[in-house]
Write a protein that binds this ligand. Structure first.
Ligand code: IVH
Length: 680
């Protein structure tokens, strides 16, 4: 390839990669799978290695390469990075609004209703980015507000930070100088995944996403930062060349979005106290569901000229404040550690805590994961500990306050015998967990196995809740899943909290559950590490239970997402005589599913991607998804050019609008039903 052709291809690859990043991070609407991104990336790397003279500092490949530093340079901010004042309740919020209105009035600004722009207060680290002629030239931490650390190379590894500003057209003018500020943070799911991996490897875990982000940014070796997926969301323009300044914060944010920065999707403009209060309450209600930690809402006067006129007092702006939410970490006392036995016999230590309010919820239990974690934390019964609750994740103990350890603190000890069935407890070579060796003899394992069997995504036995299963096992009415199908009306109706009606409904639900799918049945068996998605892959690949039961390790390894460990668990499961008996017993009870007639490759919707939006009347979204998948379709959550069809139920919103703007075919519920009935 000549240098000129290579250069052309390199430019095109860079542009495509930048555009994919933009769609992924800024528009939250990826148009290609990760594998395609990786392929383009490798092609660019290859070409650049063959033509090193064509490497430029803003190439997407330069996000990972820099050499380690000896120390970070200290950099003085051209505009100091200040902090925000706080309000904690309605009264102080009201006082903030009144003060701003009074100050505007003093300035001779007759505003009857001040307009505010509101956004989440992200719990990460503030940083400043300087762009000269559209190129990222410097990235600095907040430091003490006057001087921070230059961490440019580390920040370049974040794919949500543009290395150069994006243009809509090649001749679009860019500001000679731009200073953007925002927050670097680690999404919660990334944090949980990193900790889970560390736990399995017996390594130290990270305390919370904020510390994790700080630690990752402070690495002198940018190659380490590159392995920790951090994100950046912009929230302020601190400096901009003349002629480019926007009139409001809202418009400044839209301008940044156009240049390729991720801005908050929750950004919202409101009027006066009522509007602010409403925003803060709504955001608080969403807090647990957000993919990242927040510690409040930031409320800013929208008009940038009014901001400038109001100015600063001491080290805080007069034009903004933070409405703080209750902290996600609290101190409490570890009262005891109990051991719970799970479905696979894992004996897990559970912390019993002195009840404490954490981010609006009373916490009295926390998971300790396993004994390695107990050892790592060095926690003893009686200790003062910091508990953290974030999102839907079970509360965790972050660390021990060692200075407060009482003299009589006791070590945590694993019981030698299972607390439920008395069987021997052992630890397998190379595993972090202790397990009860009782198998299905152990009532705890039996209960968990049955709960799993009956659960919504497994056999979906309506009315068979956890409490009822516990009663049935304790009364020795049910030992194996097939026993469920032998239950009779009278003894059922005699159980606690049961009556004739509920018992007869349950029997009906048991009958209904017999008609199932192969994927559900495989999932219901509770094979170790075979979750819903893996079960669906297995069903699709093998088509029949028989083929799965006979599968060799090599065949199993051929299935999507199955590695040697899961393959081994599957083989071991079907090698166990009592599992085979249980399966036969279930089939004898009449459990059945439609025989697969076709393999995945020649299903009618293979290769198509469908999106479901809005609500459907005659079936749930899960049911629609299951049926489309059975026909070979992929069901995705977001609409893009590649979407084959969008099913729009009642009250469909932005996905429908988007489908229409992209010209993607849209079906209503009737259309979906007709399509299913034709193809199934
Ligand atoms: S605006 C002049 N907006 O909060 C102050 N700050 O106490 C401009 N923060 O260290 C800051 N999310 O790290 C602003 N949406 C947001 C924010 C935000 C988080 C942090 C920021 C700063 C601290 C201010």
């Amino acid at each position: 390839m000549t240098t000129a052709t290579a250069n052309q291809r390199i430019q095109s690859l860079r542009q495509q990669l930048n555009e994919h990043n933009y769609r992924y991070y800024v528009l939250d609407d990826p148009s290609v799978p990760d594998a395609e991104y990786d392929r383009l990336f490798r092609e660019l790397q290859q070409l650049e290695s063959e033509h090193p003279e064509l490497i430029s500092a803003d190439s997407p490949t330069q996000r990972v390469g820099a050499e380690p530093l000896k120390a970070f340079p200290s950099v003085t901010h051209q505009v100091p990075m200040l902090s925000l004042g706080n309000v904690f309740d309605d009264a102080s919020l009201q006082a903030f609004v009144s003060r701003v209105m009074r100050e505007l009035d003093d300035l001779g600004r007759a505003v009857d209703q001040a307009e505010f722009c509101c956004e989440p207060k992200l719990d990460g680290l503030a940083i400043s980015l300087i762009y000269q002629k559209g190129q990222l030239v410097q990235g600095v931490t907040r430091g003490d507000g006057q001087t921070g650390e230059g961490i440019t190379e580390n920040l370049k590894t974040l794919r949500s930070i543009p290395l150069r500003l994006r243009r809509e057209t090649p001749d679009q003018p860019l500001p000679a100088l731009l200073e953007v500020r925002g927050e670097v943070y680690m999404p919660r799911a990334t944090f949980e995944a990193i900790n889970e991996r560390a736990r399995l490897a017996g390594e130290k875990t990270l305390a919370n996403p904020r510390n994790a982000a700080a630690g990752s940014l402070r690495q002198l070796d940018p190659r380490i930062t590159a392995t920790r997926p951090l994100e950046f969301t912009a929230y302020q323009v601190a400096q901009i060349s003349e002629g480019f300044a926007a009139a409001t914060h809202w418009l400044a944010m839209q301008q940044l979005k156009g240049w390729g920065f991720k801005i908050s999707s929750l950004l919202s403009c409101v009027q006066g106290y009522a509007g602010l209060k409403n925003f803060c309450d709504n955001l608080a209600a969403q807090r647990d569901q957000l993919p990242f930690d927040i510690d409040g809402a930031v409320l800013k006067i929208n008009d940038l000229r009014l901001q400038a006129e109001l100015g600063f007092r001491a080290r805080e702006p007069r034009w903004a404040t933070a409405f703080k939410y209750p902290a996600q970490e609290q101190i409490t006392q570890l009262l005891d550690v109990e051991f719970q036995v799970g479905r696979t016999g894992a004996v897990t230590p559970v912390a019993r805590l002195e009840p404490v309010q954490v981010a609006g919820v009373t916490v009295s239990n926390a998971t300790l994961h396993n004994m390695d974690e107990v050892a790592r934390l060095g926690v003893r019964i009686g200790d003062s500990v910091i508990v953290r609750r974030a999102g839907d994740v079970i509360p965790q103990i972050v660390r021990v306050i060692i200075e407060q350890r009482p003299a009589d603190a006791r070590e945590v000890q694993v019981p030698a015998a299972c607390p439920v069935c008395g069987s021997h407890v052992e630890r397998a070579e190379g595993e972090a967990v202790y397990r009860c060796t009782g198998g299905l003899y152990c009532a705890a394992q039996r209960k968990e196995a049955l709960k799993h069997f009956a659960s919504r995504k497994a056999m979906d036995i309506e009315g068979l809740g956890d409490k009822l299963i516990e009663q049935l096992v304790d009364a020795e009415r049910v030992k194996s899943p097939a026993d469920l199908y032998r239950l009779e009306l009278e003894p059922l109706a005699a159980l606690e909290r049961m009556a004739e009606k509920s018992a007869s409904n349950l029997l009906q639900a048991l009958q209904t559950s017999k008609q199932t799918t192969l994927a559900r049945f495989i999932y219901a068996l509770g094979i170790r590490e075979v979750g819903e998605a893996t079960a669906a892959n297995l069903a699709r690949y093998f088509g029949t239970l028989d083929a799965l039961m006979k599968a060799s390790k090599e065949e199993l390894l051929d299935v999507d997402d199955i590695g040697p460990i899961v393959a081994q668990h599957i083989r071991a499961f079907f090698a166990e005589p009592h599992n085979l008996e249980t399966i036969q017993d279930l089939l004898d009870q009449g459990i059945a599913w439609p025989e697969a007639e076709r393999r995945r490759e020649d299903l009618p919707l293979t290769g198509q991607t469908w999106v479901l939006t809005g609500s459907l009347d005659s079936l749930t979204r899960d049911q629609a998804k299951e049926r489309l998948e059975a026909l070979g379709a992929k069901v995705s959550g977001s609409v893009s050019k590649k979407t084959s069809r969008v099913v729009a139920g009642a009250a469909a919103g932005s996905k429908l609008t988007k489908a229409e703007s992209l010209g993607v075919a849209v079906l209503d519920e009737a259309g979906l039903l007709q399509c299913l009935s034709e193809l199934e």
